[in-house]
Design a protein around this ligand. Structure first.
Ligand code: ACO
Length: 430
């Protein structure tokens, strides 16, 4: 705790508020007592200047393009770690020893199957349902199947629910995919690692032998690592707010999935690929760049810009490299989408509008090309993001529940509606 204070003056009155330092990053002004002291609220639409919680999980410096999970740079984790190790790190705060890692892998793997009744739940959907619609519903439905891990006051149940979520979400995602494409569900195979198992559940069919391609499994794992956590973004804040009322973790993660679906957030990878397809060829790029710059046109370059990164998104660089590796492995040369993407990136990085507004490619810009090359339809892209982000949501939810100072989240408002007026019976209204 520092001795620094910030003084707020309104008219002739002044009040002091403590300034709290983090271990790194901007200090915060603790305005928790603002209303009690001054009778005023703060107003911050979109939470651009508001820290809603204290957290030890993830650090981002958007100006410098830095992303760290528990202090470890994302580049090192993507290069040297694997997704389940990252899950352990996010949940427990430290990298595991070899024995801890083996035990954790076993505990997650042990939970990969879902209750058989869940498969009937899926058949209630239309085949053309968006897989994210199925995910929101099926993740929420887990709370109807696993009552023995919904007591949030019990640390053991909290950990079981966390492991269940991490283990079962790929199974549900693969089932949503299989249902969508009209193929039979494939059960998990626990001798495979997390990402290889997921690819097999998505792409194996009962009538043929399926061999996991290690380059694709590694790329999938890296995509999961890159999307695993991103501090207090919209879906994570949704999970925290839902959890703050004491809702069970499955319901909270379903709320996170719903928020992630939006095109300004996790839906952007689907939107980015659709945009690249719409542009089609490099010669049409100037037309779309002009549209993106036109104030009267709602069109935006999908996969560009970020609320926090005002520099190149560090995840986008790793994604670009992975994209080249996957296309080379699959023998895809001269992919027209990649060509459009690289040319678009080049033009946008040199364009005054994008430079001035600090709009750089974000994580979603290249991920769509990789996922498409792997065989996923665009409708699955946000689902894959949800699979990866589940651990981040769960780690944040656990951290919140385990904070002794935790209270229900309840923002206030600036009311600009009607002032008090009397009810008029319908016969007298004009
Ligand atoms: N294309 C063109 N112009 C843009 C873009 C874009 N992609 N993004 C922002 N701008 C412009 C805005 O029009 C605005 O211009 P103005 O100041 O003249 O009004 C300015 O840049 C600031 O934009 P805001 O929308 O105010 O920035 P905000 O931080 O609220 O939005 C967001 C960030 C939602 C990511 C935005 O950049 C966007 O819509 N990008 C496209 C969607 C996308 O790729 N989302 C993925 C985010 S990453 C993730 O969720 C994993």
């Amino acid at each position: 705790m520092s001795n620094k204070t910030a003084t707020l003056t309104i008219g002739n009155e002044s009040w002091d508020f403590n300034v709290l330092p983090g271990t790194v990053g901007p200090e915060v002004v603790d305005i928790g007592s603002l209303y009690a002291k001054t009778g005023r609220f703060t107003y911050d639409q979109g939470f651009t200047s508001t820290a809603a919680c204290e957290s030890k999980i993830c650090y981002i410096d958007g100006d410098a393009g830095i992303l760290e999970y528990r202090g470890y740079p994302i580049e090192q984790l993507a290069e040297q770690s694997d997704f389940l190790e990252v899950c352990y790190l996010l949940l427990y705060g430290e990298l595991p020893t070899a024995a801890q890692k083996a035990d954790f892998d076993h505990r997650v793997t042990y939970h990969t199957m879902v209750h058989e009744q869940m498969s009937r739940f899926f058949t209630g959907f239309r085949r053309d349902a968006h897989p994210m619609a199925i995910m929101v519903a099926s993740v929420g439905a887990l709370s109807a199947f696993y009552h023995d891990s919904t007591d949030i006051a019990d640390p053991h149940q909290r950990m079981v629910a966390s492991l269940r979520m991490i283990a079962k979400i790929p199974t549900l995602a693969a089932m949503a995919f299989k249902y969508h494409v009209g193929q039979p569900f494939v059960y998990p195979l626990n001798s495979l690692d997390y990402s290889a198992n997921f690819l097999r559940m998505c792409f194996a069919v009962p009538c043929e032998e399926y061999k996991v391609n290690p380059v694709l499994a590694r790329a999938m794992d890296r995509i999961f690592i890159l999307h695993a956590e991103h501090e207090q973004n919209a879906s994570t804040s949704t999970v925290r707010l839902a959890g703050s009322s004491g809702a069970n973790p499955f319901a909270c993660i379903a709320a996170g999935c719903a928020c992630l679906w939006g095109p300004a957030h996790g839906g952007a990878n689907e939107a980015a690929l659709n945009m690249l397809q719409q542009i089609g060829t490099a010669d049409r790029i100037p037309e779309y760049v002009a549209k993106a710059k036109d104030k009267n046109d709602p069109f935006r370059l999908m996969g560009f810009g970020h609320r926090v990164y005002k520099n190149y998104d560090p995840r986008a660089k790793i994604m670009q490299k992975t994209c080249h590796e996957v296309l080379a492995e699959l023998g895809i040369q001269d992919d027209p989408l990649l060509e459009v993407a690289m040319e678009l990136e080049k033009i946008a990085l040199h364009d005054e509008y994008f430079i001035e507004k600090k709009l750089y490619p974000n994580v979603d810009f290249y991920s769509g090309i990789i996922l498409k090359a792997m065989g996923f339809p665009t409708t699955m892209f946000t689902v894959l993001f949800a699979v990866a982000r589940t651990v981040g949501w769960i780690a944040q939810w656990k951290e919140m529940i385990e904070d002794p100072g935790q209270r229900i989240g309840r923002p206030r408002q600036l009311y600009t509606g009607q002032t008090r007026r009397d009810y008029i019976p319908v016969s007298k209204r004009r």
